[in-house]
Design a protein around this ligand. Structure first.
Ligand SMILES: *Cc1c(COP(=O)(O)O)cnc(C)c1O
Length: 376
């Protein structure tokens, strides 16, 4: 049985009749950039996240850039973020000329450890970015308590966490601003690149809107510096259709996660992801850790499992094999191996198994059986 890592074709087939006319409509109206489908999607997406403003942008990475730009982050500033995230979180800082400052994650939630933030704060700290990694919200109240004490804004990188909930409330409006990604493989994916920024702050929303469109408040009047980060019409139309299915798809992901839990909990060589009591996890990824405490090469067992799954036609992924503080591009920042043990352990031992709403019980059972086979 072949189990892909995700199956976008299955999803397309289930919404073909809705999505094709929506795309055709954009083309017939030649509304290729921004336009009604984008604005309608923005309004619906904002409402779903109980946040006042949503602005569609060209990618999640661009959203990371826009959020920190709008918050006034610039040259010489520092931005605190977890060491274990996708590189694009850090581009939000570097594209603004700021320096990323990394903090280790909590070994249970895999999100930034709020207890370790304060030690990273300096007079140059201009923002903290909380990433809702793998679809589980970071502990926003604890993060905001530290941030408020030092008067530093908190931004959410919600690229993996559409519809996730923190203490019963959807993410996206929990900090000063948030950025989302609609990369095709994300929980809500466009048919190309896409992203969004959200905020409850009217002034910030105005700023984001200008930055997205050449710094203009009206055509050819450029109030501030900006860029072209506009969302395409076709992406807005596709996302508008897909948003209506996201509740079902999210419940589908949670069903898959529950099934994996049921079938894998008896293997004591692996650590399953923990869903914290304050979170509704939306399982962008289901990352298990292959424990290998007594080895100099801690990733060895994980790599063997990945190879074994591959031989059985089961796709898997690593998210992410090199934490940000050990990336070659950041070597000048002076971090070294051992600085962030929980992030390094996750990088060396973590493996993502197939996760998407269309996974069948048979496929989940097959993946789980093969993992059992590997350990027995
Ligand atoms: C995917 C992702 C991004 C970047 O989004 P793109 O749309 O691919 O540019 C940013 N942050 C995190 C945590 C992501 O997973």
């Amino acid at each position: 049985m072949k189990v892909p890592f995700l199956d976008l074709k299955a999803q397309y087939n289930s919404i073909k009749d809705e999505v094709m006319p929506a795309i055709q409509n954009v083309i017939e109206n030649t509304a290729f950039v921004l336009g009604k489908p984008v604005f309608d999607f923005e309004a619906a997406f904002a409402q779903e996240h109980s946040v006042k403003h949503c602005l569609g942008v060209s990618a999640g990475t661009d959203g990371n850039h826009v959020v920190l730009w709008g918050l006034g982050v610039g040259y010489g500033d520092e931005v605190i973020m977890p060491a274990n995230t996708f590189i694009a979180t850090a581009w939000g800082a570097t594209l603004n000329g700021a320096k990323p400052v990394f903090v280790d994650c909590d070994p249970e939630s895999y999100n930034i450890d709020p207890a370790k933030i304060e030690a990273a704060i300096t007079p140059n700290t201009k923002a903290i970015v909380a990433v809702h990694l793998y679809g589980q919200p970071a502990d926003m109240d604890a993060i905001k308590a530290v941030a408020d004490k030092h008067n530093i804004p908190v931004a959410e990188d919600a690229a993996q966490a559409h519809f996730a909930e923190y203490k019963g409330k959807r993410i996206g409006g929990l900090g000063k601003a948030a950025s989302f990604s609609f990369y095709p493989g994300k929980n809500l994916g466009a048919y190309g690149e896409g992203g969004a920024v959200t905020t409850n702050d009217d002034e910030l929303a105005k700023m984001f809107k200008m930055i997205r469109d050449h710094g203009a408040d009206e055509k050819y009047n450029h109030e501030v510096f900006g860029h072209n980060y506009r969302m395409e019409g076709i992406q807005g139309a596709v996302l508008g259709v897909k948003l209506k299915h996201l509740n079902d798809w999210t419940e589908g992901r949670r069903r898959v996660a529950a099934k994996y839990r049921e079938l894998l909990s008896d293997i004591n060589q692996i650590k399953l992801p923990k869903e914290t009591d304050y979170a509704k996890h939306v399982y962008h990824l289901f990352v298990i850790q292959v424990k290998n405490e007594n080895s100099d090469n801690r990733s060895e067992k994980r790599d063997e499992l990945q190879k074994f799954l591959g031989e059985n036609e089961i796709a898997s992924g690593l998210h992410y094999p090199i934490p940000l503080h050990l990336q070659p591009c950041f070597k000048d920042l002076g971090y070294k191996k051992g600085d962030f043990p929980a992030s390094e352990e996750l990088a060396e031992q973590g493996i993502s198994v197939p996760m998407y709403p269309e996974l069948t019980d048979e496929q989940i059972k097959f993946v789980s059986d093969k993992i059992h086979d590997f350990f027995s």
